[in-house]
Ligand binder design. Structure first.
Ligand SMILES: Nc1nc(O)c(N)c(N[C@@H]2O[C@H](COP(=O)(O)O)[C@@H](O)[C@H]2O)n1
Ligand SMILES: [Zn+2]
Length: 395
């Protein structure tokens, strides 16, 4: 997997300004990870994913306790307010935790939050060694958990499968560092760069496997945002379409609330919907939505950043933009997008008025182009998925 320097400097003001993070000296890697260590860390990540989309504002964390080369306890963090992964793993191991090695994809915490410090729990359980995937960027932890364990005589190895650990928690890390959720812009376009025909028809650009990936992506996000046009033209469900997995909060941004009364998003039995609008917009329609169980909120300024700020206040880590080109351009320009996922279908539809995934960014020359880094691509069914991160140059 590519190196993924997702962690940026705390306090930096530009949300897209992602920089390489160097772990603190205190917490730097000591010793060499074995193939077994790598396998155990991958198991932690697997366990962590069981709570996909359910832990915000907390991270996804899994933990494994190993005694004499054998797994004797496993656990994951199920949601904020519940015990941390290490606690569940230690509980499962019981007395066999004494002298054991504990694996965890995020540095054990060292503070009293909603739960007591895991560093103290690990010390009290008498573990001999802790293997950590990545340092916790939370200023309340930030190397302190590692230092506390070492001070108590526990051997600590830091930096196993770090790239994968950082990628799993890129939303949590971004939230901590920038006080905004991590924004992902996803779109599907034809080979000639259109997201719909001249008449606005878009079902479907991509093949069913690609649509399955999008459902999976939604399951890992706290919210999915669209604009009024997407509601009017596509009438989407925006759910994960799977039993027992997370459905994100479906968010509609609409200034005028000139929206259809029969939109699928107003059926809140499957997933909640939040409509964000401007102060005083269409009171009749607001009433109609509220009667349907849709939450309506007026924001003094309906900008992508104001929306992301509101979603941050709700404790969200990752937000998916599934909007049309105009809102996508505004979200990018407003620093609300850090990652792009572009599904490209091998189809050509032409059309000089056919919409494209990103509207006007006000650029005149190619030198102004937004650059992506850490770009990867793979084939998904008959389509191609290109993904990458907006670079610091874009700001
Ligand atoms: N190492 C580790 N394992 C977990 O299972 C976790 N949830 C965390 N989270 C860290 O602790 C903070 C939350 O603490 P409370 O749940 O409020 O007690 C979170 O921000 C992470 O820094 N870490
Ligand atoms: Zn903890």
């Amino acid at each position: 997997m590519d190196k993924f320097p997702v962690v940026a400097q705390a306090g930096a003001s530009q949300p897209n300004n992602i920089q390489q993070h160097e772990p603190s000296t205190q917490a730097s890697a000591q010793g060499v990870a074995s193939d077994f260590d790598v396998r155990m860390m991958q198991r932690c990540l697997e366990l962590a994913r069981r709570a996909l989309g359910r832990t915000s504002p907390n991270p996804l964390v899994g933990s494994v306790v190993v005694q004499d080369g054998e797994i004797v306890g496993e656990g994951f963090h199920p949601r904020a307010g519940e015990p941390h992964a290490e606690v569940f793993a230690l509980r499962a191991a019981g007395e066999r935790a004494r002298g054991a090695t504990v694996y965890v994809n995020l540095e054990p915490c060292n503070h009293y939050g909603r739960t007591p410090p895991c560093s103290e729990g690990l010390i009290a359980a008498g573990v001999a060694k802790v293997v950590v995937g990545m340092v916790d960027p939370n200023p309340l932890v930030a190397g302190g958990g590692i230092a506390r364990l070492r001070a108590a005589g526990v051997e600590v190895l830091v930096g196993v499968e770090t790239a994968a650990c950082e990628q799993l928690n890129e939303g949590f890390v971004h939230r901590i560092l920038y006080k905004r959720p991590f924004g992902i812009l996803k779109y599907a376009m034809t080979l000639d760069g259109k997201i719909a025909t001249n008449s606005g028809h878009s079902a479907w650009v991509t093949n069913p496997s690609a649509r399955g990936e999008v459902h999976q992506l939604r399951a890992g996000c706290d919210a999915v945002i669209v604009g009024g046009n997407t509601v009017r033209l596509d009438n989407p469900y925006l759910t994960s379409h799977q039993e027992g997995v997370n459905n994100p909060l479906r968010v509609v941004m609409s200034r005028q609330l000139d929206l259809p009364t029969d939109a699928r998003l107003w059926d809140t039995a499957q997933a909640p919907t939040l409509v964000l609008t401007q102060v005083g917009a269409n009171p009749e329609f607001q009433k109609f939505l509220q009667q349907k169980g849709v939450e309506v909120m007026e924001l003094p300024s309906l900008t992508p950043d104001a929306v992301m700020s509101h979603l941050y206040d709700r404790g969200f880590c990752s937000v998916l933009w599934e909007c049309g080109g105009t809102l996508a351009a505004s979200a990018i320009a407003g620093g609300a997008v850090q990652k792009i996922l572009a599904f490209i279908a091998p189809k050509i539809i032409g059309g000089s008025h056919a919409p494209t995934p990103v509207g006007d960014l006000g650029f005149d020359t190619m030198t102004q182009a937004l650059l992506l880094e850490r770009v990867r691509w793979r084939v998904v069914g008959s389509d191609c998925l290109v993904e990458g991160y907006l670079t610091a140059k874009n700001q």
